[in-house]
Design a protein around this ligand. Structure first.
Ligand code: ATP
Ligand code: MG
Length: 389
């Protein structure tokens, strides 16, 4: 029977957290692979094994595995016996008429009580294959590496490694709520937190019906894409246009953007607390646009007592764009829409809003009522991967 051997990063795993980490990874893999006829997913001595059936579509398995966080690499593998001669012969059968320019055997041993060491396995099996095939041995840059992993119950062998998505298994990092616009930055911020193992809830503010539905369509598409990594995701759509109109009537034009943002954070905080999320996430970057100065970011952050995480804070725009392209959100983000923050914004927003000034400007606004009105009209949408049929 063929298998897939999934390796996670050992370094991240210390002490008591280890079984929990593995258990979550196994559970996530089962969810991600649903419908692909994988026979079993189980943890075996420091790795995870998927047993495939004859009708398991390997290409689909490969694609889905590549998106799951907490995996260092994975390999399409076969199981073989401990006996060196038999194992070498199975490996040679598996290689068919391949004729690599050079090769090496790279072995690991999962249990120190096994009656052979890894170098012995490499030397012995390498020797048998060399005798039979005459291929050149190259220990530093071989054209073919034959990987062997010796387990108490037998061996795994495989010929290549697929890179995993890295990071930590979804669910190991706690819950956070990300403010997701239709722009380039916040989807990357959400992705980065997901990759750290956080369960990320998504909150979008829109100005429909004053503006079009385009931003909502975009965040739905972005959420669908991110759900392929996180497997389950909740998107909260908050109508914001009416609140903006109130802000426009009540505060000086140059403070509008900062006050919009402070309102967003207050609403996001309440949604986050309701969903038991412990922090807010934004795509803010110092100095990226005139409004993202330290002063403005501080004045905005004071509107909430929740921790604000800004995973992109020190990145250059071209680095964020490159990452957005890599994860696939870029092409959605650049679809033109009417962002709610461009609504009623003056040509010259304040770049150094002082907290006292902002707080004074807010005195005339019925903040609590506005927040409650937004919460009452918020629409929740749940996303799943694989999509239920
Ligand atoms: P992005 O590309 O993520 O839109 P940006 O460079 O356009 O970011 P701003 O518009 O200043 O920056 O927004 C800063 C952050 O505020 C965003 O990254 C996002 O986290 C949050 N935000 C802005 N607009 C919205 C919105 N309509 N809904 C939800 N969050 C928003
Ligand atoms: Mg934006």
């Amino acid at each position: 029977m063929t298998s897939v051997v999934v390796h996670y990063k050992e370094l991240a795993l210390k002490g008591k957290n280890r079984p929990w980490f593995i258990q979550l990874l196994v559970r996530n893999l089962k969810t991600a692979l649903a419908g692909l006829h994988v026979a079993t997913v189980r943890s075996v001595m420091g790795r995870i094994e998927l047993e495939l059936r004859p009708d398991t579509p390997w290409e689909d398995v490969r694609e889905r595995l590549g998106r799951i966080f907490g995996i260092a690499n994975f390999s399409y593998a076969n199981r073989g016996p401990h006996d060196f001669k038999e194992l070498a012969s199975e490996i040679m059968t598996g290689l068919g008429d391949l004729a690599p320019a050079s090769f090496r055997v790279s072995a690991t041993r999962s249990d120190k009580r096994l009656p052979f060491t890894s170098p012995e396995v490499e030397r012995e099996i390498g020797g048998i294959i060399w005798d039979a095939k005459g291929w050149k041995v190259d220990l530093s840059h071989p054209a073919l590496t034959i990987h062997i992993e010796m387990l108490p119950t037998g061996a795994f062998y495989f010929f290549g490694k697929e890179p995993g998505a890295g990071g930590m298994p979804s669910g190991t990092g706690g819950r956070v709520a990300c403010l997701l616009s239709g722009g380039i930055d916040s989807p990357v911020a959400a992705y980065r937190m997901m990759r750290r193992g956080c369960k990320v809830q998504l909150i979008h503010f829109h100005s429909y019906p004053i503006l079009s539905r385009a931003s909502q369509e975009k965040v739905r598409e972005i959420t669908t894409l991110l759900t392929r990594h996180q497997l389950r995701a909740r998107l909260m759509l908050v109508p914001f246009g009416a609140l903006q109109q109130q802000v426009v009537l009540g505060v000086p034009p140059e403070l509008r953007v900062v006050i919009y943002r402070r309102l967003m954070l207050r609403i996001a905080e309440r949604l986050a607390r309701k969903g038991r999320a412990g922090a807010l996430v934004t795509g803010e970057v110092v100095g990226q646009v005139a409004s993202q100065t330290l002063e403005n970011m501080t004045a905005i952050a004071r509107a909430t007592s929740l921790e604000i995480l800004r995973p992109l804070v020190g990145m250059d725009k071209d680095e964020i764009v490159a990452e957005a392209k890599k994860i696939g959100t870029y092409s959605i983000s650049i679809i033109p829409d009417q962002d709610c923050c461009t609504l009623f914004t003056p040509k010259h927003p304040a770049t150094r809003a002082r907290l006292e000034v902002v707080e004074r400007a807010e005195i005339g606004l019925p903040i609590e009522e506005m927040v409650t009105a937004a919460l009452d009209t918020t629409v929740v949408e749940d996303f799943k991967f694989p999509t239920p049929v």
